[in-house]
Design a protein around this ligand. Structure first.
Ligand code: GLU
Length: 294
């Protein structure tokens, strides 16, 4: 997508949802629950349901898990519209968005390591936690242009951070989002601080790619787990900066195990394929996902 795109805008009443898993493991019941939410919302409204593979993190994502996701969703009885978008095939699109933000002076290179940041935060006597940990203390934002140029010329690795204050100054008025069933919720992206939009090891970030693709693909209703609700503040900021349309949101509760903890593979949540191999049929697994009982 061009840096200031005009993505296809479906009629406002037309519902487009998506399921956007990261292929870091096999899908389990929690994923099935999330996918069913998005699929049902689209199908009940006669809209479109899209599948997107969010695999920009090349260290954690594996092609065999992508294959398994397609297979497991099809087995579960979910069909999707159009081709699957695989994010790792679209880094130039994300780069165009970064270039646009950078050209407006909203990004800066950050050379800090985690240890540098920890040291700096300790030196200033600590800082309150934001939704993604302690906000970046701004060390590299204060570097002079010449120092930046020298470090880049020397080949020092850097991330790209959003200058939060500059970004907030570049958008009109306070931001909010429309959560189905709750109405408009005010956003406070400043509490995240200067977030990373391109990592040292990955030339884009989740926040950048997810908002880019939701706009490009004309998603009108983002359904996903409530753990991602805070991130919506950042997504609305990026949408406002880029002039992208605003989808509606529905953040669903996360499936939890008997111990009350969110289902996770590392805690033994049953993979869909394990349930299948154990002889369960898709209708029974769908039912189990809806009832929220592993
Ligand atoms: N790829 C994200 C995940 O697997 C989901 C992103 C989203 O739905 O916005 O957690």
């Amino acid at each position: 997508m061009a840096a200031s795109p005009h993505p296809p805008s479906p009629q406002p009443s037309f519902v487009v949802t998506r399921f956007a898993p990261s292929p870091t493991g096999f899908l389990h019941l929690g994923h099935a629950y999330s996918a069913l939410h998005a699929w049902r919302a689209a199908r009940d409204a006669g809209g479109r349901f899209l599948l997107r593979i969010e695999d920009i993190d090349r260290t954690r994502c594996r092609p065999e898990y992508t294959e398994a996701i397609l297979e497991d969703l099809a087995w579960l009885g979910l069909d999707w519209d159009g081709p699957v978008r695989v994010q790792s095939e679209h880094f130039p699109d994300y780069r165009a968005t970064l270039n646009c933000l950078s050209g407006r002076g909203l990004l800066y290179p950050c050379f800090c390591t985690r240890a540098d940041i920890a040291r700096e935060v300790a030196a200033i006597g600590g800082a309150p936690h934001g939704p993604e940990g302690v906000p970046y203390p701004g060390t590299c934002r204060r570097l002079f242009a010449a120092a930046r140029a020298t470090r880049i010329a020397a080949g020092d690795a850097y991330a790209l951070r959003l200058d939060m204050q500059a970004a907030l100054a570049a958008v009109d008025g306070p931001l909010s989002f429309d959560e189905l069933g709750e109405g408009r919720i005010p956003c406070d992206p400043a509490r995240f601080g200067d977030i990373v939009l391109a990592r040292k090891d990955t030339p884009a970030s989740y926040h950048l790619c997810v908002t880019h693709d939701d706009a490009l693909q004309g998603v009108t209703l983002v359904t996903r787990g409530e753990d991602l609700k805070p991130a919506t503040d950042l997504h609305r900021l990026i949408q406002a900066l880029m002039g992208w349309p605003e989808p509606r949101y529905r953040h669903h509760a996360l499936l939890r195990g008997a111990d009350g903890r969110r289902l996770a593979k590392r805690d033994g949540a049953p993979a869909l394929r394990a349930l299948r191999e154990a002889g369960m049929d898709a209708a029974a697994v769908q039912d189990m996902a809806w009832r929220g009982t592993p």
